[in-house]
Design a protein around this ligand. Sequence first.
Ligand code: MF3
Ligand code: CO
Ligand code: CO
Length: 257
Amino acid sequence: MIKKKKEIKNIRLAGKIAAKTLEMIENYIKPNINTETINNICHNYIIKKKAIPACLGYKGFPKSICTSINEVVCHGIPNKKDILKKGDIINIDITVIKNGYHGDVSKMFILGEKNHLGKKLCKAAQKSLYLSLKKIKPGVKINIIGETIQNYINKKNFSIVKNYCGHGIGKNFHEEPQILHYKNKKKMILKKGMVFTIEPMINIGSCEVETMEDNWTVKTKDRKLSAQYEHTILVTKTGCEILTYQSNEKIKPILIN
Ligand code: MF3
Ligand code: CO
Ligand code: CO
């Protein structure tokens, strides 16, 4: 699970391209655009950077990115018929491969100020991720992540999806270790050179989810809103480095914890 210098360099490169793709697409996220168009713009951008969209063909996934609107928790498939409207919240999840290594990132976009509860949910999901990042350093137990996220989300009276977790990442899209976003008893100790994602999915209502007939789209059972933020991070000597850092974030890219 400890990555070599050269591996880290390539994951950092992949992470940078994935993050830049999210920054680039922001201007297009407006009412009336459909998610297939969003997919195509991202796909072309990734190809132009001489990288590969990792989702395309992954276990048969048909598109290059995931677009998850409102009650869709994750793995939404870009589609001409999914047209954004005022008040929507949408997660865009982008994973790219560069020189054989993966970088994985996602964030929420909020259309219009009207959707107050949706905006609060997105803020809480992002803050839960940020709070967990501030705990990471060598020597601490891996379950500090889930504990930190759950303590905060409980306070906000939202719920945490338990069916999906963060993951080690590198040559493979998903590898060890598993990162749970809720309180757990995993005792693994974090070490310098580990690279993994943290990607909490937070619901307004119940934490229960179900997969649709397309075998990909995951929705909340109660059809209430869900929000997710994801970063790929490297455990450093003194804390962690956010390998998928975007320039508009209200946290530092290198955390001394
Ligand atoms: N990017 C997702 C993750 O964070 C995985 C998407 S898999 C796909 O792990 F096949 F749906 F693209
Ligand atoms: Co991921
Ligand atoms: Co992802």
